[in-house]
Design a protein around this ligand. Structure first.
Ligand SMILES: O=C(O)CCC(=O)C(=O)O
Ligand SMILES: [Fe+2]
Length: 448
């Protein structure tokens, strides 16, 4: 437990293993010979009625990368980034929550290990020119549609009756003659792409921060506390083996409610008698949650519904936009044939040898097939039923009966990956699939 002093309140105590007094930080900063380039801020995250508890900043100055590393062990909070700060003033006792914002730590190894140890959260990850206006730009430019997930992991859902699972989203695929596929995989058309330049600039910046290629972005908006995503493991069939999945969080600058949404991480376990191991990660504005490969395998992640209150009012109205960047290694050709990590053909050449080159005819055939599968999907959806069965039926009707067995095998593998912490990638995914999951559907585009 450490103590630091403020001008207006006599004494403030921070209960944390990692907290340092401002003076102490200053002292260290001097002894390390650091200068004014990076900033650490300590600021209140909760709205406070008392003017005494307005957010305040404690700038701390650091320069050299190596030296920053030495200092960072002291200032990066383990796991939670949120501490409870208790203040006593006269007879009154105030309890509030503070969030540490740590600027410019992105280029260094993160000290905060989450889940299986290969996950962490980076704060203030975008520089001002990328962070400013991005929320408004994307919120206004994307033509949003609502999505219902129809993979095995939401087996219990029925088409059209799961408004709770709706999120708004848009897909981007970057920079490849054959676009990378949605990781589950998916054929949703890129119907809603805004001008991708801002997202691409962010992608390039994050590639440098992470030292990892990123070639795919999924943008989602959680319009208020009722938008959520249930516990799941990201399906890794098409995600480059060993790579991390990252979630950038941006909030509507007009939000009156400033509390971040929480990423709930829960360790997969088959032992129901033991309590779950859970880590809650506040997804603060301009933070990047990095989900490592092992963490995705051994833990589930979710953003639950949020019913927190301001006074007696439920704080429903606070919009969060997330961009999930991934490194996808499965690619789709113009004629719908796939190759790469998740396909049966692992390279473009192998695919060409097996099925020939892309031709206007093969493209036309593919479009024809997509149309007829789409139509039968629509019919079948109206009748309701198990989503994966519907998709397989639609494939059959569309004239691709041979794909059904492959689809079944793929869904089975998806289901296993979602719940097993010992998922054997090679035995379930190694051989690859020639089919794609049509289980993600945009229900309606509705402007913004
Ligand atoms: O919105 C987020 O940050 C998380 C989304 C997510 O987990 C996913 O799309 O798989
Ligand atoms: Fe996810």
């Amino acid at each position: 437990m450490l103590t630091f002093f403020k001008k207006r309140v006599k004494k403030t105590t921070i209960h944390s293993d990692f907290a340092l007094s401002y003076r102490e930080l200053k002292k260290r900063e001097h002894s390390l010979g650091l200068h004014n380039t990076h900033e650490v801020r300590l600021q209140t995250a909760t709205a406070s009625k008392s003017p005494r508890f307005q957010p305040r900043l404690l700038p701390i100055v650091m320069k050299s990368k190596d030296k920053l590393l030495q200092l960072s062990g002291e200032i990066v909070l383990p796991h939670h980034s949120i501490l409870s700060l208790k203040e006593r003033s006269g007879r009154e006792k105030f309890v509030r929550t503070v969030v540490y914002h740590i600027t410019a730590l992105a280029h260094m190894e993160a000290q905060n290990q989450l889940a299986a140890g290969d996950s962490h959260i980076l704060q203030n990850v975008l520089p001002e020119e990328l962070e400013q206006n991005t929320f408004n730009l994307l919120r206004n430019e994307c033509g949003w549609g609502s999505m219902l997930m129809k993979g095995n992991e939401v087996r219990s859902l029925r088409i059209n009756d799961s408004p709770d699972d709706e999120r708004y989203l848009v897909w981007f695929a970057f920079k490849h003659p054959c676009p990378p596929m949605e990781p589950h995989p998916c054929t949703v058309d890129l119907l809603f792409s805004p001008d991708p330049s801002q997202v691409d600039r962010i992608r390039i910046h994050l590639e440098k921060v992470l030292r990892q290629p990123l070639n795919h972005a999924l943008i989602q908006v959680y319009r208020d506390g009722s938008d959520n995503i249930g516990e799941h493991t990201d399906k890794t069939l098409d995600i480059c083996k060993g790579s991390s999945i990252v979630n950038l969080s941006l909030y509507n600058p007009d939000n009156t409610w400033k509390e971040p949404r929480i990423m709930k991480l829960r360790k997969k376990s088959t032992d129901k008698t033991k309590p779950s191991v859970v880590e809650n990660v506040p997804l603060t504005h301009n933070s990047l949650f990095v989900l490592g490969w092992e963490s995705n395998r051994k833990w589930l992640h979710a953003i639950n519904k949020e019913g927190r209150t301001i006074g007696t009012k439920i704080a429903y109205k606070y919009e969060r936009l997330s961009i999930t960047f991934r490194h996808i290694s499965t690619y789709i050709r113009m004629d719908g044939r796939i190759f790469g990590q998740g396909g049966t053909c692992k390279t473009a050449e192998e695919l060409e040898e097996k099925h020939g080159k892309v031709t206007p005819h093969s493209i036309e055939e593919h479009e024809q097939h997509t149309r007829s599968v789409g139509e039968s999907l629509k019919d079948l959806k109206e009748r309701g039923g198990e989503s994966s069965v519907i998709m397989m039926e639609a494939e059959k009707k569309g004239g691709a009966g041979e794909a059904v067995e492959d689809t079944r095998r793929m869904f089975d593998a998806f289901g296993k990956e979602n719940f097993s912490s010992e998922f054997d990638w090679d035995s379930y995914y190694g051989a690859g699939f020639d089919v794609i999951d049509k289980g993600y559907s945009i229900l309606h585009a509705n402007g913004h």
